[in-house]
Ligand binder design. Sequence first.
Ligand SMILES: [Zn+2]
Length: 108
Amino acid sequence: MICNKCGQENQDDALSCGSCGHKLQSSQSGPGQLGFDDGGYVEPIPMLHEAGPATRRKTRKHVEAWAVALLAGGAAYGLSAAELYWPLFVLAGAAMAYALLRGLNWKG
Ligand SMILES: [Zn+2]
C-alpha cells in the first residue's frame, strides 16, 4: 500500500510507513476515512470561526482611531499653515474628549 503522507510504497500488512513512520490505513478501512488520519486536518477551521468576529471588531476600532488621528492631523496642519492657532486648542480638547469616551467604551 502507498503511504498517504509521503507516497512511499509499503507492504500491504505494514502498520506504519517504512519511510516516514506515518500510520497506514488498513485495507479494511472505508474510503471515507482517507485524508482524515492526518492530525492537522480538523482543527484550523473552527479556530478561524472563533477568532473572526472579535478580530473584525478590533480592526474596525483601529481604522476609526486612525481616521480620526489623520483628520485631526490634517486639520492641525491646515490651521497652522493659515497661522490660526486658537482652534488647535479646541481640536485638542475634542480629541481628548473623544479618546476618553472611546476608552470608556472599549473597557465595557
Ligand atoms: Zn510515509
